[in-house]
Design a protein around this ligand. Structure first.
Ligand code: ATP
Ligand code: MG
Length: 350
């Protein structure tokens, strides 16, 4: 199983989140991509815990339903593990190193710098040729514990799909991000552009400069906290509370007491995530632009609120709007769940 797949392949992108699985198939076209199909299918509450699969059968069953509902044609699948489970290291290769010696260097580096035994890990690497004459090439090594990867592979297999690549979610997001910024008329050259993903249990901030991720961090916050407050306030089950939340039919009282405070908390979390970035010593005091994604960003009025709290122009990260991708109107109007699946599907677009 390769973390870095080198061949062109046709595969469905599979994003296994905490609250749902998302699938998407893209086809490469002359102008870019066409979305063949996509679907989202919810997961039982503890099927995915701390970004790892705790119930392979439940995840496999949801994935099977998603692929069926989307009418996916492909059996090959590309899945992503969370960057929080992955150790990524980049180091310079010794001068004059032969190709067959690179793997040995990778193993030596991993044995010294990865906090687990090499036998417990899957390792893959990619050589990055130096742009400067005379400078050494570097190699990026990605390592993840075998048990984490094996659960993803088993879940995909139990859905009747064939896992051909295990990617890393940050790489998938970075792949899809140019589709998001393609619609910007102003130049973003040299600017710090943030992407905030507010999901079920995690809020994740990536900051890009010229398409490269210069910062990424997880914060423990997500939509589950609103579901839980609806659950205890209304004395109903978690599943019923989730259904009420998604229907948008909260009583006026619940809107006032639960929904509006939750929206303010999202906005405070966004501001806090940007403050962490500003103090991380990356040479930026703030970001120039903030894109948002994740299920929680479907709440009415949330963009304006986040922009007010952060002081940064804020927009939905919509990968389907530019002229390089052809998608149905329905997808264009509901983009916030599918960015990661889109980045994975791009890798399997043929
Ligand atoms: N229309 C909506 N209104 C309010 N909340 C919504 C809506 N749609 C989805 N959500 C919430 O968004 C969250 C799920 O978002 P998303 O699918 O991005 O998370 P995930 O990828 O499953 O989880 P994570 O990224 O934390 O692993 C849930 O809390 C869900 O209730
Ligand atoms: Mg997610």
């Amino acid at each position: 199983m390769a973390l870095f797949e080198r061949r062109t392949l046709e595969a469905v992108g599979v994003d296994i989140g905490t609250s749902s699985v998302k699938v998407m198939e893209l086809q490469r076209t002359r102008r870019g991509y066409r979305v063949n199909c996509a679907a989202v299918e919810s997961l039982p509450r503890s099927a995915v815990v701390e970004r790892g699969i705790s119930n392979v059968e439940q995840v496999g069953a949801a994935l099977r339903r998603a692929a069926k509902r989307a009418r996916c044609k492909r059996k090959n699948a590309i899945v992503a593990i969370a960057s929080s489970h992955v150790i990524t290291r980049t180091f310079q290769l010794p001068e004059g190193i032969k190709t067959f010696e690179i793997e040995e260097q990778v193993m030596i580096d991993a044995a010294q710098n990865v906090p687990y035994s090499v036998d417990e890990m899957y390792l893959d690497y990619q050589v990055l040729a130096s742009m400067k004459a005379g400078a050494e090439d570097s190699v990026t090594v990605t390592a993840c514990r075998r048990e984490v990867v094996d659960d993803y592979v088993s879940a995909v297999e139990s859905a009747g799909l064939r896992p051909v690549v295990v990617d890393v979610d940050t790489f998938a997001i970075a792949r899809a991000f140019p589709l998001v910024t393609a619609t910007m008329s102003e130049s973003l050259q040299g600017k710090a552009v943030a992407l905030l993903d507010v999901g079920e249990v995690t809020t994740h901030l990536d900051v890009f400069v010229d398409g490269t991720v210069i910062y990424d961090r997880d914060h423990s916050f997500g939509g589950r906290s609103l579901t839980e407050s609806i659950q205890s306030h209304c004395d109903i089950s978690f599943e019923e509370a989730e259904a009420v939340k998604l229907s948008g039919k909260l009583s006026e009282d619940d809107q006032e007491q639960l929904l509006e405070p939750f929206k303010r908390t999202i906005s405070q979390e966004a501001a806090r995530a940007l403050e962490y970035f500003a103090s991380a010593g990356r040479g930026y005091d703030t970001v120039d632009l903030l894109f948002v994604t994740g299920g929680c960003l479907r709440l009415d009025g949330i963009l304006e609120l986040i922009s007010n709290y952060t002081g940064v122009p804020t927009a939905t990260a919509n990968p389907f709007l530019g002229k390089n991708i052809k998608a149905r109107t329905k997808l264009k109007l509901q983009p916030t769940l599918l960015l990661k699946a889109c980045g994975l599907a791009m890798r399997g677009a043929g």
